[in-house]
Design a protein around this ligand. Structure first.
Ligand code: GDP
Ligand code: MG
Length: 455
């Protein structure tokens, strides 16, 4: 792998600023231990401290005691970054951490850029790009399942799969190259059916994996559910009922919700972004019209649309709205919720088993609606085991499939092994792009843009 020399020593607060029990400050680079040594006064100094054990001491600024701390020294290459690292735990709070950082900078350390510790870990071969991406996913995970899956990926789940694929491809390439060595004799001693099957297996696995990208996005960013309907259907009331608090204004004045309101609820470890939208109707009010335009774009981006129907107006009172929206934004995944069931004088004769009768006012049917949402989120996250495929990886997997399909077509057309080898080598290069073996500065910048300072 190409590495960049990292001659300087970086420092940052690894925990968020503010009042807290503890804060952690990280120092990484060739001078990390020497710099820490100048400021830590304890029974054991950082220079003498046994690596990866906790020591106690005082952080000093000249003769002034700044804070009582504990610290751990990690000597290169056995550290997160692969360099000398010192991690200092001090008391949380703005001023202590600020003074410690100031003394580090005064001694020649530089404040780290976002993600710079992890970037050094990547450059020093401590992790591949899929693991770097897993770190970002762990930091941002919007669901318990997402965090767990990202942890599996950090542990090398994706790396192992890619290594297996690479080994298979190298095996196929090796056989073809063997054939090339004997090309004079015009023999084809490699069993083409076997090769074809091996390549096809990789194609199938890559298609499946690339196909999990949208599920992974749900685990990474949460499931988006838009609450949509005619004015006064009870959208804001239903939104509040799902949140279990009065968040949106409820009123029988049509057009009350003009903007959209967003809140997150948690369903058994999944987070669901609920969006209460402006009611859809013909209006001449400019702000209300803008709200309706927004609603349409929200529908386009939502994983699920909950159509709130005022059942007192009839079971199918919102059918025209669904038709109109489908015409405007194309097909979308929706469930119809029959609200205001408390207003029904008698049982509805034509109520179907799929009709969800609720009352945002009395709370009846709300638990069933939550269960339904949970089922939908669960389904949308299916197929995920140990990898959270992101857009960058999905795109590369698709390119891999194109290359390998061309190998299969070549075999079917009876192309000679040197032609097939060209596509196989291209496929291997793509695998290298996934793991970041060959990296592009723009790709790295994109990957690290999701990191915070101190990671
Ligand atoms: N009886 C009854 N009234 C409801 C129910 N849900 C909402 N409402 C009433 O319907 C009116 C419009 O509610 P709101 O939530 O603002 O509707 P939105 O315009 O769709 O957001 C208000 O007067 C609510 O009190 C319900 O389940 N039962
Ligand atoms: Mg409303």
């Amino acid at each position: 792998m190409t590495t960049l020399p990292t001659s300087d020593t970086i420092c940052a607060r690894a925990t968020p600023p503010g009042i807290a029990g503890l804060a952690v400050i990280r120092l990484s680079g060739p001078d990390a231990i020497a710099i820490a040594d100048r400021h830590i006064n304890g029974r054991v100094s950082p220079n003498e401290a046994m690596a990866r054990t906790v020591h106690q001491g005082w952080w000093m600024d000249g003769d002034v005691r700044i804070d009582e701390i504990t610290y751990v020294v990690f000597t290169a290459p056995k550290s997160y970054t692969g360099e000398h690292v010192v991690e200092v735990s001090c008391h949380g709070g703005y001023f202590v951490t600020e003074q410690i950082l100031t003394s580090l900078i005064g001694d020649g350390a530089r404040l780290a850029e976002p993600g710079e510790f992890t970037k050094r870990a990547f450059m020093n071969g401590k992790m591949d790009l899929t693991q770097v991406e897993a770190v970002a996913d762990i930091l941002h995970a919007e669901s318990r399942v997402g965090a767990r899956t990202a942890a599996k990926q950090l542990a090398g789940g994706f790396t192992r799969r890619l290594t297996e694929t690479r080994e298979k491809l190298i095996g196929v390439l090796g056989l073809l190259e063997l054939e090339l060595d004997f090309s004079e004799e015009d023999v084809e001693f490699v069993d083409r059916t076997h090769l074809r099957n091996s390549v096809q297996e990789i194609i199938n696995a890559s298609i499946n994996l690339a196909g999990t990208a949208s599920s992974a996005e749900v685990l990474r960013s949460g499931f988006t559910c838009a609450v949509v309907g005619f004015p006064n259907a009870g959208k804001s009331s239903l939104f509040n009922a799902l949140l279990s608090r009065e968040r949106a204004i409820v009123s029988d004045v049509e057009g009350t919700t003009r903007d959209y309101i967003e809140e997150t609820i948690h369903l058994h470890g999944f987070s669901v972004r609920l969006i209460d939208t402006a009611g859809l109707r013909t209006s001449s009010d400019a702000i209300e019209v803008q709200g309706m335009v927004l609603t349409r774009s929200i529908i386009e981006q939502a994983n699920l649309v909950v159509i709130v129907n005022d059942v007192s107006q009839g079971l199918h009172a919102s059918a025209s709205l669904v038709d109109e929206l489908t015409r405007q934004v194309g097909p979308f995944d929706a469930v119809v919720v029959q609200n205001k069931s408390d207003l029904l004088q008698s049982e509805l004769s034509d109520v179907g088993t799929n009709d969800l009768l609720v009352s945002a006012k009395t709370g009846s049917g709300i638990d069933e609606l939550r269960d339904l949402l949970y089922d939908r989120v669960k389904v949308s996250a299916e197929g995920i085991s140990d990898v959270l495929v992101n857009a960058r990886q999905a795109q590369l997997l698709q390119q891999l499939v194109v290359c390998l399909r061309s190998v299969i077509t070549g075999m079917d057309e009876g192309l000679s092994s040197d032609y097939l080898a060209v596509d196989l080598r291209a496929a291997l290069r793509i695998l290298g792009d996934v793991t970041g073996e060959v990296w592009d500065p723009d790709v790295l910048e994109h990957v690290f843009s999701r990191f915070c300072i101190g990671k």
